[in-house]
Design a binder for this molecule. Structure first.
Ligand SMILES: C[S@@+](CC[C@H](N)C(=O)[O-])C[C@H]1O[C@@H](n2cnc3c(N)ncnc32)[C@H](O)[C@@H]1O
Length: 299
């Protein structure tokens, strides 16, 4: 029964002159408290999405797993989107990209090397996945770059992924070299043989090291200082060193417009893949792709 009808039915004569203001007051109360069931239902609906992430955050906080540079896998749907994004950028079939994902996942030398060296380095980590680096691998396999440059190496997981691709490319007659640039001396702990046979790490500030680097760069991966301004300065530092078929993969594109802006200013195309981590509280980063228009038509 509405507030209005309650007032109309039960109002004595003395109350009638005041009915208007009483009605308005009661309507305010009605609005505030009148539909508690609705509010609870709305909260329950929202929490069905949020609570699983809160539970994952709690169990992560209590574990001894890695504290940053997470090693989560992608959900199957996210992996499928990544395969289609790469297929669209390069003009290849999604089936080919998926076969490259499986290639690195079934690469026994790579998997054994990374599992053993990560276990020694991060004893709290019981399992690992290369996550969105699957995309980096597939791109390096499709492009067969002569030079890959990655800024930000950390313990060297990306380095191993990229060099695993270069080792395969070399076996197929298309050799290439990897240069990792890293500020922290001692970083790159897992970047050992056989992966370091096709690459090296240069220690120092990336802007300084990029300035000294000779081109041309076919594949550039930005994953160092994640501030927008620093990222933008890295792209400017390599602008004149990029080859005609160059591709840039940005690891900051989920939170920064720097690669989109650079692409627009330099006549390149830009597209962003947003990842979805499987069973992790982190909302996910992604891969920004910057490439020449017509790249897909060249295949
Ligand atoms: C997110 S981690 C890189 C992860 C790595 N690409 C991978 O695939 O696992 C970022 C790294 O960038 C390094 N870094 C931060 N600022 C830098 C700078 N100005 N120059 C070079 N490296 C930097 C950090 O020391 C850190 O190891």
């Amino acid at each position: 029964m509405s507030v209005k009808s309650i007032i109309e039915r039960s109002s004595p004569a003395w109350l009638r002159p005041h009915l208007g203001s009483l009605y308005l007051g009661l309507r305010r109360i009605d609005r505030q408290f009148g539909r508690p069931v609705d509010k609870r239902r709305r909260l329950k609906f929202a929490m069905a999405y949020v609570q699983p992430q809160v539970d994952l955050a709690k169990s992560w906080a209590l574990s001894d797993s890695e504290s940053s540079n997470f090693l989560y896998a992608l959900t199957p749907l996210s992996r499928l989107s990544l395969a289609h994004t790469i297929a669209t950028v390069f003009g290849v079939t999604p089936a080919l990209v998926r076969s490259l994902f499986e290639e690195i996942e079934n690469d026994e030398v790579f998997q054994k090397h990374v599992a053993q060296s990560l276990k020694a380095l991060l004893p709290g980590v019981s399992s690992f996945s290369i996550g969105r680096r699957l995309g980096w691998y597939a791109v390096a396999r499709i492009m067969k770059p002569a030079t890959i440059v990655e800024t930000g190496v950390d313990y060297g997981l990306g380095s191993c992924v990229l060099c695993a691709a270069l080792l395969r490319n070399a076996g197929e007659g298309s050799p290439g070299r990897y240069i990792g640039i890293e500020l922290r001396t001692g970083a790159g702990q897992i970047f050992t043989a056989p992966f370091n046979t096709v690459g090296e790490i240069r220690y120092g500030d990336s802007l300084e090291s990029l300035g000294k680097l000779a081109g041309p760069i076919d594949l550039f991966i930005n994953d160092s200082d994640h501030s927008m301004d620093y990222e933008a300065r890295e792209y400017e530092a390599i602008r004149a060193k990029l080859s005609d078929r160059s591709v840039i993969l940005g690891d900051n594109a989920h939170c920064s417009p720097s690669l989109a802006d650079f692409s627009e200013r330099s006549g390149r195309n830009f597209i962003f893949f947003k990842e979805e981590p499987a069973a992790h509280w982190y909302p996910g980063a992604g891969i920004g792709f910057s490439f020449h228009p017509g790249l897909s038509g060249n295949r």
